[in-house]
Design a protein. Structure first.
Length: 683
């Protein structure tokens, strides 16, 4: 009953919206007399046998029967379709019989003329009604269209021209009351079956489906809340473990001194010699033999001593080994040691502050779960209405996060190799460029939903690490690299090739000069007018190219490690770079080499995470927030040139492998190794 009332309300709303007031009045009038409030089989029977057939409305009759057939489309309903087809033939035969009984041969001829093509589809059922042969049947239909009805009367035994068809052996059964009663009963049983048992109108399912979706959303909300609680508990425990490992600077100082005593006791003679009689060494007490794990090193322990009680390394180098494993100079230099301890304490406090970044305040968040492997890249289109996300299994999905946005561009592209780069052509917002690990560059037209061009780099440079379209000209630049053996994403690339491609001819125009055996280029970025191209390399260099001349105009060493990502600043007087060591710098383009702003996000972009992804950065539309990928489940968002320490995104369940900002709105996307892509709008 609840579903019925809901469907009636929907119907009223639709009729009012369309302005069908007469229909609405008729609907309300019939509702007021509808006592059973259920499907009325008798009303359908009356419509057919008391309206359509007596009034010779053959077109409406056939339309209604076709509607019933369209209701059954699944393979499980084959029996119902077959039964309905047989009933349809019998009902149409009754239409003819009723017309003949009423003396309306003209209506029979009119019926055959209007529905000849339809009847041709069922020759075996209708052939006896047109003279008993296929030739007679076809000739009869042809004659109808040629107005040769007079000749038909003499040459065919078609039923409209049979005298007393009720006495003809072929037709007399159809004129009997028993046959009509059997037809009426069979059709009634059929309608009762489909209305009350097998079939439910789609309109009545809306309320049920709405309630089901509501329950599912509540379940998802509860599960997400539970997941958030567990993640918060996990992060609290991890932070607690982190604090216990690092302790306070004073406690660590004592721990370091105690740790060293186990080595100094191994050889008091050499210890005195190596440390120059430093009084601090004489006061060392018994302690542990390992450095706290966050230092990533260890001091020689009991297992490192042979049976003679001496170390496995030369005695004269013991003090140096101790110092280097602690990340300190030899203890003889007290001032250097104290300075470094202060620096380590500051570093730990920075790490704690990063770990305690407040969570971003979210307006809404949508999660896309269309991928089946880790996300390698995700990008907003130039207008921000569409999103392209790529996964390591070679699949690109184009989708939209806003339910009000048309889904006509939604598509799945199968590239057959790992996707390493994505970029939207920003002038028309219609083309998506895809770079793969096998040297392929595909151009996908989102409106035509097809690949308009399939390019390839040279075999020497199969890895297309980045693609960038010019903001003003129909060109794009590809950064391809050779391969080599390595332990992570950046170690596996070798030499570089920078190629400029024409997007009208879809041909390579030129190769930008990088010198002999240049290190691989990892990231590209155009300035606003497309005249300058910035490129970062795995040797820590940032190169700047004049695109009109096709030459390198400047470059400088930006990092001690590989540069993962490079971006022009909002006013284009600076450029941001992210190193594989987690260091972020904002470089002045007016005073080359000057650092305007910096952050250390090694807490999130640590070396081990390079096995999962090539880290990247993204600036929001105002150039005030910098979003960074992360080896953790959350990404940091830094306030550029601000006093805020930073914010954290809501957690994924695995590392954040790709990030991007909406071109105009405070909305960002994060792709993850958990196969999901999240769209987050912040307050």
């Amino acid at each position: 009953m609840e579903n019925m009332q809901y469907a009636e309300e929907l119907l009223r709303e639709f009729l009012i919206f369309r302005g069908f007031t007469n229909t609405l009045q008729a609907f309300e009038r019939e509702l007021s007399t509808d006592i059973g409030r259920s499907f009325q089989v008798d009303k359908v029977l009356d419509l057919i046998f008391s309206v359509y057939i007596p009034k010779y409305q053959a077109d409406k009759l056939i339309s209604l029967l076709n509607f019933f057939k369209q209701c059954f489309s699944s393979p499980s309903e084959v029996l119902l379709i077959s039964t309905l087809s047989k009933l349809e033939v019998s009902i149409l035969r009754y239409y003819i019989v009723h017309a003949l009984q009423s003396g309306r041969q003209d209506k029979v001829v009119e019926f055959f003329g209007a529905n000849g093509n339809y009847l041709l589809q069922k020759r075996e059922d209708w052939m006896p009604w047109f003279g008993g042969s296929q030739f007679s049947f076809s000739f009869f239909l042809l004659s109808l269209s040629s107005s040769l009805l007079l000749s038909l009367r003499s040459c065919l035994a078609a039923i409209p021209y049979v005298k007393n068809p009720n006495l003809d052996p072929q037709f007399h059964v159809y004129f009997s009351k028993e046959w009509f009663d059997a037809l009426l009963l069979s059709f009634r049983n059929f309608l009762s079956e489909i209305f009350n048992g097998t079939r439910i109108p789609a309109l009545l399912k809306i309320s049920t489906e709405k309630n089901t979706v509501k329950h599912l959303k509540n379940d998802i909300k509860q599960l997400n809340h539970k997941l958030s609680q567990l993640q918060a508990l996990l992060e609290t425990k991890e932070a607690e473990i982190f604090r216990l490992r690092n302790m306070s600077p004073a406690a660590q100082d004592s721990s370091m001194l105690q740790d060293t005593s186990s080595i100094s006791d191994l050889s008091s003679e050499n210890s005195s010699k190596d440390n120059g009689g430093n009084p601090r060494i004489k006061d060392f007490s018994e302690a542990n033999t390992t450095v706290p794990s966050h230092l990533g090193e260890r001091i020689l322990g009991p297992n490192d001593v042979d049976s003679s009680g001496s170390s496995n390394v030369p005695q004269e180098s013991k003090s140096e080994l101790v110092s280097s494993s602690l990340g300190q100079p030899p203890f003889g230099n007290d001032e250097a040691r104290d300075d470094l301890q202060i620096s380590q304490a500051d570093s730990k406090r920075d790490m704690l502050r990063e770990d305690e970044f407040p969570e971003i305040k979210v307006d809404f968040q949508e999660t896309f779960l269309g991928h089946t492997s880790p996300i390698s890249r995700c990008r907003f289109s130039a207008s921000g209405t569409n999103i392209a996300s790529a996964s390591m299994d070679g699949t690109v999905r184009i989708w939209t996060y806003d339910s009000s946005t048309p889904t006509s561009r939604n598509a799945t592209i199968y590239c057959g190799a790992e996707i390493m780069s994505l970029d939207w052509e920003c002038r028309s917002d219609r083309l998506l460029l895809v770079g793969t690990a096998d040297g392929g560059i595909k151009a996908w037209n989102v409106d035509a939903k097809r690949v308009v061009c399939d390019l390839s780099t040279t075999t020497e440079f199969p890895s297309v690490l980045d693609l960038k379209c010019s903001p003003v000209e129909p060109i794009f630049v590809s950064a391809a690299a050779s391969r080599r053996h390595g332990s992570n994403k950046l170690d596996k690339v070798g030499f570089a090739s920078l190629t400029v491609w024409n997007m009208k001819m879809w041909k390579a125009m030129t190769v930008l000069p990088l010198g002999e055996d240049p290190p691989a280029i990892t990231s590209l970025c155009f300035n606003h007018n497309g005249k300058i191209l910035a490129a970062s390399a795995i040797d820590g260099m940032i190169h700047m190219f004049d695109m009109s001349a096709g030459l390198q105009i400047t470059g400088w060493p930006a990092h001690d490690s590989a540069v993962s990502s490079v971006l022009f600043g909002p006013d284009e007087t600076s450029i941001f770079s992210l190193g594989s060591d987690g260091k972020i710098f904002e470089w002045s383009l007016q005073n080359q080499g000057q650092v305007l702003w910096s952050r250390d996000c090694s807490r999130f972009c640590y070396p081990e995470s390079l096995k999962i992804c090539r880290h990247e950065i993204a600036l929001d539309a105002n150039g005030r927030r910098l979003l960074v990928t992360s080896g953790s489940v959350r990404s940091p968002i830094y306030q550029v040139q601000g006093h805020m320490s930073g914010l954290r995104t809501l957690p994924h369940t695995a590392a954040v492998t790709s990030v991007d900002w909406h071109p105009t709105l405070p909305i960002f996307i994060t792709g993850s190794a958990d196969h999901s892509v999240r769209v987050t709008s912040i307050l």
